[in-house]
Write a protein that binds this ligand. Structure first.
Ligand code: ZN
Length: 248
């Protein structure tokens, strides 16, 4: 290689390196503007920097937005009130190291359906609201031709140890921190009621509806136990926020 071709190669390399830097800078600026500009054409539900909206369509960014809201009490409450979920704030319940409710409130209405007043934590209310809007309502419309008017439950907070088919376990239940809620059925807008004990194994559209909302709960809760799991769950879905990802 002569000295001249060597120099030309070097100039070419430097030029392409420079073009790459300019290109990356332009792409970076465009992405930054897209994410941060108040008049950005990017919808909020596609923008990881924007807060979660319960009623917005689900996108690839929704999980990220949800995790942020779950990790921050104030943001969790703000997300609920932005979509008119009724969650009356209460003082945190401090019992001992096993029992208590952090981010406590009285939940009485989700984005569309009612729920009989239940003391729970914001994270449980938020997961439940996502499930109601994105799973329960669409399933009620598609399979039963109506809307869900109210979710029936057996409560959320209960300072107790876990129950298993063999009896009591030494570990504490996720209900002891209101990280779970037990759902027994759904009241429909046309006056019908669907409940797990009667309809889960009865066949027909009610059973199909319950199976679909049970499966769909796994998108919004980490642990979901249905009548398929054991006899203790014959009459309810156990919907649990934290956990190891178990859906049965
Ligand atoms: Zn439970």
């Amino acid at each position: 290689m002569t000295k001249r071709t060597g120099r030309r190669r070097f100039t070419q390399l430097a030029a392409s390196f420079f073009s790459i830097i300019v290109f990356l800078f332009l792409v970076g600026s465009a992405v930054f503007l897209l994410l941060t500009h108040p008049k950005s054409p990017l919808p909020d539900h596609w923008n990881p920097l924007r807060d979660l909206s319960i009623t917005a369509p689900v996108s690839l960014v929704t999980r990220f937005q949800l995790n942020r809201a779950l990790a921050d009490k104030a943001q969790c409450k703000a997300v609920l009130s932005a979509d008119e979920v009724t969650f009356a704030e209460m003082e945190d319940l401090v019992v001992d190291q096993n029992c208590g409710i952090s981010g406590r409130g009285l939940l009485s209405r989700l984005a569309t359906a009612d729920v009989r007043g239940v003391e729970t934590r914001c994270t449980t209310a938020l997961r439940l609201a996502m499930w109601e809007h994105h799973v329960v309502q669409p399933a009620a419309r598609d399979i039963l031709g109506t809307e869900a008017r109210a979710l029936r439950h057996l409560g959320s907070y209960n300072c107790r140890r876990m129950r298993t088919a063999q009896g009591q376990d030494s570990r504490w239940s996720s209900h002891a921190t209101a990280d779970s809620i037990d759902i027994v059925g759904v009241d429909l807008a046309d006056g019908r009621t669907v409940n797990l004990l009667r309809d889960w194994s009865a066949g027909g559209p009610e059973a199909e509806f319950l199976r679909r909302i049970g499966r769909g709960a796994c998108d919004w809760f980490r642990v979901v136990l249905s009548p398929n799991f054991n006899k203790l769950h014959a009459d309810h879905f156990h919907l649990q926020g934290p956990g190891w990802g178990y859906c049965r």
